[in-house]
Design a protein around this ligand. Structure first.
Ligand code: SR1
Ligand code: MG
Length: 419
């Protein structure tokens, strides 16, 4: 760790940041009157909201360890550097989707950014049963823009290779994903925990050698297929919304990997919101109505992804991959190539989706959708549906052909009485 690094405290923050004009330009210079609160509820970092006479700002600072575990698990401050680099690329590739960045300090692992104070974390809204207009459209398009514009379909290949080598150094955070997401759910790993009563389901999953092999084949792609820059952690805690506006935050896990990774992780978190609804709504009418809305969001996300990716393919394909000189310039259609690329992305997304559905119930860092269910036997029943659907997705990632196949499967598992 850098010897000049020091974690901010509520008391010290105003004085320490008062000389940074990029910050005082936003909130004013009267730092003795700044109102500071710490609002970080994620697994890793400090997050402060600072309110001054002119406005508000968010200060996010990396801690030299994993916050949710403590200083027994040291973690590089450099994650803020990768987050900053990801944020500026996301802004370029999908303008307006991320909070504006005002200031970055690599030594302090600190990013000062736009305060989205009228936005709430999407996970909380899904638990509360609050709908978000255009959610599927915004996130589907975002995943497509990120996938396409960070790939050799669009980027100058020298720039792309330079970027790949930069983000390959985000190795400590990639290592967290490699272990916690892809591997720990499938054996008795030290940091795992699970809801009481799930043992028979966990046995089915851990006994399934074919499924575990397929999950590891997806890990092989995670480590080797540097197709595009992924957000790397696009769960519903990394999305902030009002009832009509959607933003994406927290790309510190950014890496160059498979184009379907973000889409798959995003859908998995919607499916977990879907399966957990019976514990959060009052009656079956409310449950059905909100579950149907979630399935609609999933279908809209996938459709928006395909439409936007296809649009970019036809109008902005300028990289070394599938060049126009091989297709359109010879009066030939590139539709077969496009369909094949989308098919691969989709199959990877389905596989990642199943794996994410497993890790959030079996490994470290569960999601609140299930964790907030106090009745443990009810929680186990709902998690069991989620876990067994995840297994089906991993086993059949190349057979589930479209969004409607996926949502039909969700309806089927939601009706099963498993435990
Ligand atoms: C130790 S970090 C655990 C999880 O929190 C982050 O949000 C990522 O999802 C990571 O896997
Ligand atoms: Mg995060």
């Amino acid at each position: 760790m850098n010897k000049n690094y020091s974690a901010l405290t509520l008391e010290e923050l105003p004085k320490r940041l008062s000389q940074i004009s990029a910050i005082t330009d936003q909130i004013g210079t009267n730092f003795s009157e700044w109102n500071v609160t710490e609002v970080g509820d994620g697994n890793l970092n400090l997050v402060f909201i600072v309110i001054g006479s002119k406005g508000k700002i968010v200060i996010k600072q990396a801690l030299p360890y994993v916050r949710v575990v403590g200083d027994s698990w040291p973690l590089t401050l450099e994650r803020a550097y990768f987050e900053y680099n990801a944020l500026i690329r996301q802004e370029d590739r999908d303008p307006g989707i991320v909070p504006s960045v005002f200031h970055f300090d690599r030594e302090q692992g600190l990013i000062a950014m736009e305060c989205l104070d009228s936005h709430k974390i999407l996970r909380g809204k899904l638990i509360a049963g609050e709908q978000v207009e255009n959610l599927g459209d915004v996130i589907g398009k975002h995943c497509a823009r990120l996938a396409f514009k960070g790939s050799d379909l669009f980027m100058d290949t020298k720039d792309k290779k330079h970027d790949v080598s930069l983000f390959q150094k985000n190795l400590e955070l990639m290592s967290i994903t490699e272990n916690l997401v892809f591997t720990d759910p499938y054996f008795d790993a030290k940091m795992n925990n699970n809801t009481k009563g799930l043992d028979p389901i966990i046995k089915i999953i851990r006994d399934d050698v074919t499924m575990k092999s397929r999950a590891q084949l997806m890990l092989l792609k995670f480590t080797s297929n540097t197709e595009t820059m992924c957000h790397g952690d696009l769960h519903s805690g990394s999305i902030m919304c009002t009832d009509t506006d959607t933003k994406v935050i927290d790309p510190e896990f950014a890496f160059y990997g498979p184009m379907g990774f973000d889409l798959g992780m995003n859908i998995a978190n919607y499916l977990m919101a879907f399966f957990s609804q019976p514990a959060h709504r009052q009656n079956s009418t409310e449950i059905d109505s909100f579950q149907n809305w979630i399935l609609k969001v999933i279908e809209e996300t996938i459709q928006a992804f395909i439409d936007e990716f296809s649009n970019l393919w036809h109008n902005n394909r300028q990289g070394i991959l599938f060049p126009k000189c091989l297709f359109e310039d010879q009066d030939q259609s590139s539709q077969f190539a496009l369909n094949s690329v989308i098919k691969n992305i989709w199959s990877d997304a389905v596989s990642v989706c199943g794996i994410e559905m497993h890790r959030r119930c079996l490994s470290l860092a569960h999601n609140a959708d299930f964790e907030q269910i106090e009745d443990l036997s009810f929680r186990a029943k709902l998690e069991a549906r989620n876990l067994l659907m995840g297994r089906e997705l991993i086993l059949n990632s190349d057979k589930i052909k479209d969004a409607s196949d996926l949502t039909s499967l969700a309806i089927k598992f939601n009706e099963r009485n498993i435990l």
